[in-house]
Design a protein around this ligand. Structure first.
Ligand code: HAM
Length: 421
């Protein structure tokens, strides 16, 4: 019997897992710099957190959730996204009673029962941030800039930022009415007609060519923003310009989740084809209240780590050279293995990456393992070396050999490679 990972589950194994770590770290780092703090959260939640939080009219809730009943007949769901769970945890912990905004980052796997294809998986990985408890539109700018810094740190240049405003509830209600009236003049299939009743804005997300055509002359949300919403959207645009962040406005950008209000945004990478959204987010005014908390506003994003890796590959960005293995130790027989492990352990304490041959291997096989390991240096540890406390250190790429005292080894390796973690 040969088992396989479930269909559509994206996994990262060596050597590509190093790339995954590197990309995830690059996306998290700008959030840390802006004082966002980690939340490590439940991977599954009570189903209602998502039906209420994300919204019944969305594909994510209506078609894509992994929902199951536990042994006590509770309905639980593997998290399809991060925002609703963060909100549940903030309310539950009372973090919203402290200093505001609460600034959170998170990273981990998310689950959607989608049809798998390149860049679209059933288990995928996000890095996300949420800033909760401030309505200041400059916070929207901060959030967008953190995503942009992550992409830039990886050397990505081909991504584009698209923004929109869905307005406050007054603006959105006026728009919803006008949009519904317009949509009902079209000949729609039954499912779409139902969607119009549930949430007409969702229809703007319809990617079918005939719908895109039919929606071309639909009213624009931007014509329905009241003075406050318009002024806030202006602040967002000015703030982005201040930071040199280029964007385009797309009044059709509604995003796939129901909680959005005011600013929404998406980062797209045109080289990625159908699944071009590498990250997206926006403001959510009513979410916390709908989950039983105070009426606080929040804003955040989720970035798809898998898609960012694909974008780096599409741009031909080389991300891996650092973090090389400093040294590989070849003990001559089992009796020197203990001593080799002790030396390795001491070098590792100096933040040097070190490996050794285990299993009492013969010299030839062990030297082959050293070569394969990609280490910069290797040395043999046997009777002679143990007595003299001096080893013949071989640079594997060039074959050059030099004698070096074991006590001088850490300094030598740090000087020639630099310590790393
Ligand atoms: P989202 O747009 O549904 O937003 O997902 C964010 C990102 O996750 C997408 O832009 C995409 O890169 C990635 N992604 C989504 N689904 C898949 C999939 N099936 N396979 C691979 N990657 C995928 C959210 O999840 C919101 N919680 C973002 C947010 C945070 N809004 C406010 N705060």
């Amino acid at each position: 019997m040969k088992y396989q990972a479930p269909k559509g589950v994206k996994e990262y194994l060596p050597p590509s897992s190093a790339l995954f770590e590197r990309v995830r770290e690059a996306l998290i780092s700008p959030a840390r710099m802006a004082n966002y703090q980690l939340m490590e959260l439940a991977i599954f939640e009570e189903t209602e957190v998502f039906t209420r939080g994300v919204g019944e009219s969305t594909d994510v809730v209506s078609k894509e959730m992994y929902t199951f009943t536990d042994r006590a007949e509770r309905s639980l769901t593997l998290r399809p996204e991060g925002t609703a769970g963060v909100m549940r945890a903030v309310i539950e912990s009372g973090l919203d009673r402290g200093a505001l905004p609460v600034k959170i980052w998170y990273a981990g796997p998310f689950f959607r029962a989608e049809r798998p294809q390149a860049g679209r998986y059933r288990q995928f990985y996000q890095v996300g941030i949420e800033a909760i408890g401030s309505e200041d539109p400059l916070l929207d700018v901060e959030v967008i800039s953190i995503a942009a810094k992550g992409f830039a740190a990886l050397g990505l240049t081909g991504f584009e930022l698209v923004i929109n405003s869905l307005g406050d509830s007054e603006s959105r209600n006026a728009y919803r009415q006008a949009l519904t009236e317009y949509l009902l003049t079209l000949s729609l299939d039954e499912a779409t007609r139902q969607r119009v009743q549930l949430n007409p804005l969702r229809v703007l997300d319809d990617k079918r060519p005939e719908m895109i055509k039919a929606l071309a002359s639909a009213p624009s949300i931007l014509d329905f923003l009241n003075d406050t919403s318009r002024a806030e959207f202006d602040v967002v645009q000015q703030g982005l310009a201040d930071l040199g962040i280029k964007y385009t406005i797309n009044p059709r950008l509604v995003r796939g989740l129901d909680y959005y209000t005011k600013t929404t945004f998406e980062f797209v990478h045109p080289l990625l084809g159908a699944q071009s959204g590498i990250g997206g987010g926006g403001r959510y005014d009513g979410l916390m209240e709908s989950l039983g908390g105070q009426p606080l506003s929040g804003i955040g994003f989720g970035i798809g780590v898998d898609r960012v890796i694909l974008a780096c590959e599409a741009e031909g960005i080389e991300l891996l050279q650092e973090r090389e293995l400093a040294c590989f130790i070849v003990p001559l027989g089992a009796q020197f293995e203990r001593q080799a492990l002790k030396i390795a352990s001491e070098l590792r304490d100096q933040k040097l990456r070190v490996d050794l041959a285990f299993g009492g291997r013969a010299l030839k096989g062990a030297m082959k393992a050293a070569d394969k390991s990609g280490a910069r240096y290797a040395f043999v540890l046997g009777e002679r070396e143990s007595q003299s406390q001096e080893v013949e250190l071989k640079e594997l790429a060039s074959g050059a050999v030099q004698s070096i005292r074991l006590s001088d080894l850490p300094q030598f390796l740090i000087r020639s490679l630099g310590a790393n973690s």
